[in-house]
Design a protein around this ligand. Structure first.
Ligand code: ADP
Length: 227
């Protein structure tokens, strides 16, 4: 079975606002899926439900045959650390730590000792075009370099799925495209699924598939144009 992640009939309300209105979505191993739609359409809510950050009001979320939406917060938190990777709009790296320790952090949080974690983290710098950047603090990196560090941090634990929320939102167009290409390639290379939330069709086209969210519903699925 190639399905890594499945959302089934997901609903979520905030007061009178229906953020998700019965969403079914499947992500396969090594597949990159873009979630598009206007602001307020429910993209982030969908991502948060799929990633176990938020509980849907109804529906189910399955990760590789295991139902995760019913897990306790502690279990979901461990799952997010070990099975999921995250890339946000503004890298959200810790400014006081060198790049290599930022990448090593998920391993250290999982109990790997610092020396081993940093050694493992360093292996990501070459493939992501970050050679020589290991000791730099985030403030000493360009926006594109910082996002590559964030990509390394998302992948270092060998996640099943990487979630990215507007990962190129703070970058100029050329850097954004390089970053997307790298994010898709690196995620595929590691056999993980990728879920990218974006409002930008030029970002979405790097993915294998694009799903559109309108008023909390998926309105159709278009095949992405290969980059
Ligand atoms: P998008 O990511 O597409 O911009 P969201 O998923 O953030 O959309 O939001 C979907 C809808 O749910 C919007 O109407 C938004 O105002 C509402 N919403 C999202 N989060 C909350 C919240 N924590 N409290 C109240 N309303 C929220």
């Amino acid at each position: 079975m190639n399905d890594v992640l499945q959302g089934r009939a997901l609903t979520k309300r905030f007061g009178h606002t229906v953020a998700l209105d019965g969403v079914d979505i499947t992500v396969r191993r090594g597949e990159a899926v873009a979630i598009m739609g206007p602001s307020g359409s429910g993209k982030s809510t969908l991502l948060h439900c799929l990633a176990g950050i938020m509980r849907p009001d109804s529906g189910e979320v399955w990760l590789m045959g295991q139902r995760i939406d019913t897990m306790r917060e502690r279990e979901r938190s461990a799952l997010r650390r070990t099975r999921f990777g995250f890339v946000f709009q503004f890298g959200q790296l810790l400014p006081e730590l060198p790049a290599e320790e930022n990448v090593a952090l998920p391993l250290m949080l999982g109990g790997v000792d610092r020396v081993r974690a940093v050694r493992q983290a360093r292996e990501w710098f070459g493939p992501l075009g970050l050679h020589g950047m290991e000791a730099r603090r985030p403030g000493e990196l360009s926006g594109g370099q910082a996002q590559r560090v964030a990509i390394a941090r998302a992948l270092v634990s060998g996640p099943a799925v990487v979630f990215a929320d507007e990962p190129t939102g703070a970058l100029d167009q050329a850097t954004g495209h390089d970053t997307m290409r790298l994010l898709v390639e690196a995620t595929k290379h590691n056999g993980a699924g990728l879920v990218v939330v974006t409002h930008d069709p030029n970002v979405a086209r790097f993915c294998d598939r694009v799903v559109e969210v309108r008023d909390g519903r998926l309105t159709g699925q278009a095949q992405g144009v290969p980059a």
